[in-house]
Design a protein around this ligand. Structure first.
Ligand code: HAM
Length: 421
């Protein structure tokens, strides 16, 4: 007996009934990113594992628990990319994209992989859309990055989301803050989960992100980063907020945002949709001023974000924003009888060559079932060609919305059809 294969856990097929939704989102993102001066970069789906281990961070969940790491036939260690920023920076340095001292504004769309526990809005293969603005520390660009995401969601018609911003400070404020966190959490050590006990030494900020209730109760009163920002970082954060106000991007300051990746400095932000359940982040990002140096480039402050396509799609479906957007055929061509079918093949070929979306099913013989099918596909017109029509040298054109029916002469159908559609 033949074996029936099933899809790997945590992955999904995008079926034809849904693929047009992905196309809408991706086309809109390309359009908006281009409007803001971003150009597309396409990097490989796998990279040397170190690209992520050294940037996203050895102590992060993504690297420790979620990365698809594998050895190839020659013993080299690779990883399926869990995110898009590190590969873009690897490429930026490798291809010397900053050589003319211009800001590099790059966007990407594509699949990412994380070995995470699958649930609504969380899968092991998922698609991200993102931008990276490489080569400036100007807080204007932090705000512009947030604005790109905001304009994109607004242009898609989304209403239910909020923009939450924070600053995680520079390296030196971060160190002071980490000391304050260690001091705060140490007396509570016994009550913390095992992961958090480890986090306290490796990366105390990550405790603030723990999803376990007992840890969250302790975290509630922990010191907040904003109180530990030095004057420069405070000023930078203030300016980001000022620019957002000028751009009319509504936001709230959420001092509890700690991103799950290690490379952030200063601005950190998330786009939240509270109707999505546990996986409520539509996307997130922030500034990462040290990453290019970590990849062997010169000091190149940068900022960016990435959003998740599946969560965006769920949000759009919740707000009925995708109803009626499925592309439909203009013509459903019905040919009845052998001679009519030969003429129909000629006409259908011409219509398709002239950019008209035509559905044509040579195997169906019944007029009724074909009209039903035309209706199901939401076609605008049915063209009906039977032996009778052929003898009269005409083709019937039925408007499926109004029921109106006209006769088109077969001799000069080229001019007439293009005029009538
Ligand atoms: P991230 O917050 O890890 O950031 O991921 C960004 C978004 O990708 C999430 O908010 C979510 O919408 C989506 N996402 C993440 N994991 C999954 C999953 N398992 N299933 C479905 N969707 C998921 C980054 O990846 C950074 N590289 C963002 C960035 C760009 N920062 C600066 N530049």
């Amino acid at each position: 007996m033949a074996i029936k294969y099933t899809i790997p856990r945590g992955t999904f097929d995008v079926l034809p009934k849904d693929s047009y939704k992905w196309e809408i989102i991706e086309a809109k993102f390309r359009h908006i990113a281009t409007r803001f001066g971003y150009r597309e970069i396409i990097t490989p789906i796998f990279e040397h594992a170190e690209v992520f281990e050294r940037s996203v961070g050895d102590s992060s969940d993504i690297v420790q628990k979620e990365m698809y790491r594998f050895t190839d036939r020659k013993g080299r260690i690779f990883a399926l990319r869990p995110e898009g920023t590190a590969p873009v920076i690897r490429s930026y340095v490798e291809n010397n994209l900053g050589q003319d001292n211009q800001i590099a504004k790059l966007f990407y769309i594509g699949p990412m992989f994380r070995y995470d526990r699958p649930q609504a809005g969380r899968s092991r293969q998922f698609s991200q859309f993102g931008i990276e603005c490489i080569g400036t520390n100007n807080p204007y660009y932090d705000a512009e990055t947030i604005q790109v995401f905001y304009v994109f969601l607004k242009d898609l018609g989304l209403k239910n989301f909020s923009v939450e911003v924070n600053s995680v400070g520079c390296e030196s404020c971060s160190q002071t803050y980490n000391q304050a966190l260690i001091k705060y959490f140490e007396p509570h050590l016994d009550a913390l989960c095992n992961d958090c006990k480890n986090r306290l030494n490796n990366n105390p900020k990550r405790l603030l992100d723990c999803k376990i209730k007992t840890c969250q109760a302790i975290t509630k009163n922990a010191p907040i980063m904003i109180d530990y920002l030095d004057d420069n970082c405070k000023e930078h954060f203030q300016q980001v907020q000022n620019y957002l106000k000028i751009m009319k991007v509504p936001f709230t300051v959420n001092p509890h945002i700690v991103r799950g990746l290690d490379y952030y400095t200063n601005t950190a932000f998330e786009f939240i949709n509270n109707n999505l359940g546990a996986q409520n982040a539509l996307g997130g990002g922030g500034r990462y001023n040290k990453l290019v140096e970590q990849f062997g480039g010169k000091h190149t402050p940068s900022v960016g974000f990435a959003g998740g396509t599946t969560r965006l799609l769920l949000s759009m479906e919740n707000e009925n924003l995708l109803d009626g957007l499925e592309p439909f055929p203009v013509v459903y061509f019905i040919a009845l009888g052998d001679n009519a079918k030969i003429k129909a093949i000629e006409m259908v070929s011409w219509l398709r060559q002239n950019n008209i979306h035509v559905e044509f099913d040579l195997d169906r013989t019944s007029l009724k079932s074909q009209l039903k099918n035309a209706d199901r596909l939401n076609a605008s017109y049915a063209f009906i060609l039977g032996e009778d029509e052929l003898n009269k040298n005409i083709c019937l054109q039925k408007n499926l919305k109004t029921g109106e029916q006209i006769e088109l002469p077969l001799d000069n159908y080229r001019e007439l059809y293009s005029m009538n559609l």
